[in-house]
Design a protein around this ligand. Sequence first.
Ligand code: GRF
Length: 205
Amino acid sequence: MLSPIRCAVLVSGSGSNLQALLGAKAAGKLPSAALCLVISDREGAYALERARTSGVKALCLPRKQLGQETFEEELLAQLLEGNIQLVVLAGFLSILSPRIIAAFPNRILNIHPSLIPAFCGAGMYGIRVHQAALDRGVKISGATVHLVNEVPDGGPILLQQAVAVLPGDTAEELQQRIMEQAEWTLLPRAVEELAAQLLQEGTTT
Ligand code: GRF
C-alpha cells in the first residue's frame, strides 16, 4: 500500500470542518489521506486546539502580525518542509498567493457554504453568505467543495450538496444546517476522493 497523501488543513476559526476531517480519519473513512499539519492564520483559533487534541501538528502564522508577504513566505515554507501534497482550506479566511496556488496545482480544496456560483466570490464568507441567501429569498442553499485557483471561489467544482432553507430561518440556523447536512460530509468525501486519485496516478509530487 502506497503511503497516504500528506495533507495540510488551513483554518481560521472554530474548526468544525477540521473536526469532520479528524472524525472521518478516526472512523477509517480517509484511508488515502494523512492529516499531517494544521495551520491557522490567526491566534486563538479553536481549530488549533482540535488539532492538538487529536495529536496533529498545529502551527499559528498570525497574518496580521507577520504582514502579508512574510505570512505567505512562511506558509509556503511550512507546506514544503512538511512534504505536503494536498492542501485543504477549512474555514480559512485568507486569500492564498498566486505563488502558493502555483506550487499546488489542482491540489488545493476549499469548502464554501453555498451552491456556487450563487453567493460566492470576494468578500462572501461565513455568516455573510447565509444572510445573502436569506435576503435573496432562495428556497435551497447548500455547500460546495471546489479546487482553488486564482479566482476567489472560481476553481472547478468537485462536490455539492443542497440544503433546504426553512421559513423563518435565521442566518445562524441556516449556517448550522448547512454545516451539519452538507459541509461536514462533503469535505471528508472530497479529500478522500482526490487523495485516492492522486495515489492512483502515483503523482505524489
Ligand atoms: C463554515 O461556514 C465554512 O463553510 C466556512 O467557514 C465557516 C466556519 O468553518 N468556510 P469552521 O467551523 O471553522 O470549519
